[in-house]
Each structure stands twice: as structure tokens, then as C-alpha cells.
Design a protein around this ligand. Structure first.
Ligand SMILES: NC(=O)c1ccc[n+]([C@@H]2O[C@H](COP(=O)([O-])OP(=O)(O)OC[C@H]3O[C@@H](n4cnc5c(N)ncnc54)[C@H](O)[C@@H]3O)[C@@H](O)[C@H]2O)c1
Ligand SMILES: O=c1ccn([C@@H]2O[C@H](COP(=O)(O)OP(=O)(O)O[C@H]3O[C@H](CO)[C@@H](O)[C@H](O)[C@H]3O)[C@@H](O)[C@H]2O)c(=O)[nH]1
Length: 446
């Protein structure tokens, strides 16, 4: 058992802290946000993440998971300090490292013994060496400091599962002893461990995200082409995915990637490339394609109706993906803005993310608490995020409640067989539109 302190109790810090406690370490999670810490101390998670609350509660009860906003208390007796603060995008696209360097200063000022500093935050090439310099510059005693780059690969919505079932743990270090210590700490997760240099670990994180983003933009380009030539992207993705060299994952065409990582990390990698005089044209195209893709549903609706002025659009699914309440770079944001520009009205629904959505969607957007209320009021339905509830209900409710049911599906949620069962006009991504005009009058029986 090690005494581990984690700086930054956001998504990554909290999930990492809870999971390290679960495998037996004594973990203290530190955050400067006092409200967050107050909630956490009461056992309330500030984020929605399946399985997290239960693990948090049991580890707090066992006494090996603590929360504090007192930097000195958190860092004084730590053997290992994880940095898990945000590295948000700056205006020029590069990563903002001010939180990371502030955390490094805090470590230098407050440690009272030798420590290994582990960087979980996604940071540009060379940052770990700068972190080491900053920590050492602020040391108050003659302590040994080693740096380890240990990038995080969890996905929101399945973060706890990913921590215990991920594909690998990457440990980048110059000091073999520090690498061994972090390996020992992570051993109980039972995942393959890959030891690398610090620079390779930093690059692995950006390269992984850039590659996955590329896969998505690639399939979205094939989807656009499929629409023009009459092929079906779902069949095409299945067909190419069967090739083990390609793989079937991350081939879901739709309205593009959002979230707290792909958009910012692809832009940051373009800036990292520019700094060493490399024009990463492929990645720039990936970003450009994604920007276009986000508003593909609005374009399709405009083509279908001519004008969207006065049309009431049910926007179903607001979070950037299902099973999270995270609204960072969610497609619903770009779509709402475009719809309002076109003069449409928006009735928005999400099973979990409504409170967060209210903070970032334009004030004109109306929110409803039930999916039924969104669809009943709508002329047009947009599926933006494929929550299970939305997939289960959108097609049937549109056919029951709408006079002229028309559904624009940004996530290709249904098979052709499913669509055929309902009298709904259906327009998706990379597939042939299905036109139907009949309506069911069975709303009362729902
Ligand atoms: N969110 C993800 O799914 C994910 C996955 C993999 C990697 N990452 C990377 O992990 C890092 C963290 O991402 P996140 O989404 O968890 O961030 P976040 O913005 O949700 O949380 C960061 C937290 O750090 C706190 N903080 C900042 N400076 C601090 C300091 N000096 N002391 C104490 N607390 C401090 C903030 O108050 C905030 O609560 C980023 O670099 C991100 O790219 C994120
Ligand atoms: O075939 C696909 C797969 C995903 N997406 C979209 O891509 C975005 C990101 O999805 P996902 O990767 O599942 O979620 P994140 O939580 O953002 O996780 C990514 O970003 C994290 C932060 O760096 C990494 O740790 C993870 O490994 C990486 O998958 C979402 O908008 C999805 O809708 C698609 O459009 N098509």
C-alpha cells in the first residue's frame, strides 16, 4: 500500500483516485474547488459516471479514500503525487499548461520526503521535463524527485470499467526505480504494462487520440460519399471492420466527435507539430471534417424543408456521448446555434445532462424533463446523442405523437428493419433516406 495524493479531482483525478483506493492504496484527492471537495466529502460525486458512486462510498467507508482542499495536508506525507489537473485548449489551439505548472509548484513547496511525480494530465512533448524543473525549483528541502508520464486512456461513461479492463497502462520514465514503483502500484489492475521513455509516453497519448479521431473522420467522409453514390455506411463499416487490420471499433459514422479530449488534443497536436516545423495536414483535415460533420443534420433538414424558420426541433441527447453529463464540445452546442440562426425553435431533452446543458446552450433553448414532451411539441426530431432511452423511444414516439413524423438520426441508431416497422420519414448519416408519410394514431395507447 502506498500513500498517493492526486492533484485535481476532475474526471481523471477522481476516477483514478477511487480506482487506486479500490486496489488497496491510501489515496488523498486534492482540489482547489472547495464546493467540489465539500460534495465529495459528503460522498456525492460531482460527475455522472456509472459505477463510480458505489466504489467511492465503499472506499470512503474503508478509510482509504480522502478528499481535501488543503494543499499542504494533501502533499505532506505522499510517497507518490499524481498530477491530474486540466490542460484545456487555449485560443490558438495549444494546451494551457498553467494548471500543470501551478500543481508542480505546489508539489515542490509542500513535499517533506522523496517523491515520484506521476503526470496523468495530457501534456505536450517535453512538458514532463519542465514539470521536473518546476518541482525542483520550489523544493524546500533536499528531496529526490522522479517524474513519470502515465497517460490516461479512460473513456467517459465507462471510466470505471476502463480502469479495470483497459488495453494497457503506459509508464514513461527515465528512472527505472520510479518506473518499477508505478508498475508495482498498478499491478493489481492486472492490465498489460508498457514501459517507455517519457517522450514516447507523451506521444502515445496524443497519437492514440489523433488516430481514433482520424478513424471517425475517415468513416464520416466515406459516409458523405456513400450518400452521393447510394451505398449504406452501416454496411460499409461492417464490411471493412471485419478486416482485422482495420478493426470494427470507432467506425460509427455520425455527427462527429466531441468531448473533453479529441477536439482539444487533435488541435494541440497540430500546434505541437507546428512548433517543430511540421505541417500535420492529415490531422488538420480530420479536424476540418469534424467541424463540418457537427452540423450535418441541420444541413440535411434545410435541404428537406427549404427553410427551418419556425420549425420546432426536438433535440434528443445533449451530452457529448451517452452515459455522461459532460457537455464539453458536445455536438448539441453547434447544432443549437445553427438551428437558432436558421430561425428554428429548440426543445431539448437529455436523460442526465440537462443541468449542465443549461449552462452552455443558448438561452433560447427550451428544456423538457421527459422525452415524450419534446417529441409531442416537435415538427422535427433530431437524435444527437444515442442514450439507450432515446434509441428505445425516439422512433416509436415520433410515429405516435407527430402529425408528420420525421426523424433526423445523427448516430445511425436503427437498422433498416426497425425503421420499416414505423411510419416515420427517416434521414440518417451515410444512408439512403426512407420516406414515409402515413402516421399512427395510437398515441393514446402509449
Ligand atoms: N476527461 C477525460 O475523459 C480524460 C481522459 C484522459 C485524459 N484526460 C486528461 O486528464 C486531464 C484532466 O482532465 P479532466 O477532464 O479530469 O479535467 P477537469 O477539468 O474535469 O478537472 C481538473 C480539476 O483540477 C482542479 N485543479 C486545477 N489546478 C489545481 C491545483 N493546483 N490543485 C488542486 N486542484 C486543481 C480543478 O479545480 C478541476 O476540478 C487533462 O489533461 C485531460 O486531457 C482526460
Ligand atoms: O465510432 C465512433 C466512436 C466515437 N465517436 C464520437 O467520438 C467522441 C469521443 O468518444 P469516446 O472516445 O468514446 O469518448 P471519450 O470519453 O472522449 O474518450 C476518448 O478521449 C479520452 C480522453 O483523452 C481517452 O482517454 C479515450 O481513450 C478516448 O476514447 C464522442 O463524441 C463519440 O460520439 C464517433 O463519432 N464514432
Amino acid at each position: 500500500m502506498k500513500n498517493i495524493s492526486i492533484i485535481g479531482t476532475g474526471y481523471v483525478g477522481l476516477v483514478t483516485g477511487v480506482c487506486l483506493a479500490e486496489i488497496g492504496h491510501n489515496v488523498t484527492c486534492l482540489d482547489l474547488d472547495k464546493k467540489k471537495i465539500e460534495l465529495l466529502t459528503l460522498g456525492v460525486s460531482p460527475i455522472y459516471e456509472p459505477g463510480l458512486d458505489e466504489l467511492m462510498a465503499s472506499n470512503m467507508e474503508r478509510g482509504n479514500l480522502h478528499f481535501t482542499s488543503d494543499t499542504m495536508m494533501a502533499l505532506r506525507v505522499a510517497d507518490v503525487v499524481y498530477i491530474a489537473v486540466g490542460t484545456p485548449q487555449q485560443e490558438d489551439g495549444s494546451a494551457n499548461l498553467s494548471y500543470v505548472f501551478k500543481a508542480a509548484q505546489d508539489i515542490g513547496r509542500n513535499i517533506t520526503r522523496d517523491v515520484v511525480v506521476v503526470t496523468k494530465s495530457t501534456v505536450p512533448l517535453g512538458t514532463n521535463y519542465k514539470i521536473e524543473e518546476v518541482v525542483k525549483a520550489y523544493l524546500q528541502g533536499n528531496y529526490r524527485v522522479d517524474i513519470v508520464s502515465n497517460p490516461e486512456f479512460l473513456r467517459e461513461g465507462s471510466a470505471v470499467h476502463d480502469s479495470f479492463h483497459g488495453d494497457r497502462i503506459v509508464i514513461g520514465a527515465d528512472s527505472p526505480a520510479a518506473a518499477d514503483l508505478i508498475e508495482e502500484i498498478n499491478q493489481p489492475f492486472g492490465l498489460p504494462i508498457l514501459k517507455t521513455s517519457i517522450s514516447s509516453a507523451e506521444m502515445i497519448k496524443y497519437a492514440a487520440n489523433a488516430f481514433l479521431a482520424t478513424k471517425i473522420s475517415f468513416i464520416n467522409e466515406i459516409a458523405t460519399l456513400s450518400e452521393k453514390v447510394g451505398s449504406d455506411i452501416v454496411e460499409v463499416a461492417k464490411g471493412i471492420g471485419k478486416d482485422a487490420r482495420i478493426g470494427s471499433k470507432f467506425l460509427d459514422a455520425g455527427i462527429g466527435f466531441g468531448g473533453s479530449c479529441f477536439p482539444k488534443d487533435t488541435r494541440a497536436l497540430v500546434k505541437i507539430s507546428e512548433a517543430v516545423d511540421h505541417d500535420f495536414r492529415l490531422l488538420k483535415s480530420v479536424i476540418e471534417i469534424n467541424d463540418r460533420q457537427k452540423t450535418a443534420l441541420v444541413k440535411k433538414a434545410k435541404e428537406r424543408f427549404g427553410s427551418l424558420k419556425g420549425k420546432r426541433v426536438a433535440l434528443l441527447g445533449l451530452a457529448f456521448k451517452p452515459n455522461t453529463d459532460d457537455m464539453r464540445e458536445a455536438a448539441s452546442i453547434s447544432i443549437s446555434k445553427r438551428l437558432l440562426e436558421e430561425g428554428a425553435e429548440i426543445i431539448a431533452y437529455d436523460p442526465i445532462a440537462i443541468e449542465n446543458a443549461k449552462k452552455v446552450l443558448p438561452p433560447e433553448v427550451q428544456f423538457v424533463e421527459q422525452i415524450e414532451d419534446a417529441i409531442k411539441k416537435a415538427d422535427v426530431v433530431f437524435i444527437v446523442t444515442e442514450w439507450e432511452e432515446i434509441v428505445n423511444k425516439a422512433l416509436i414516439l415520433s410515429s405516435l405523437f407527430m402529425e408528420k413524423p420525421i426523424l433526423f438520426d445523427g448516430r445511425n441508431c436503427y437498422t433498416e428493419e426497425e425503421i420499416k416497422q414505423y411510419p416515420v420519414e427517416y434521414i440518417a448519416i451515410g444512408r439512403k433516406p426512407i420516406k414515409k408519410t402515413a402516421s399512427l394514431s395510437a398515441a393514446a395507447s402509449y
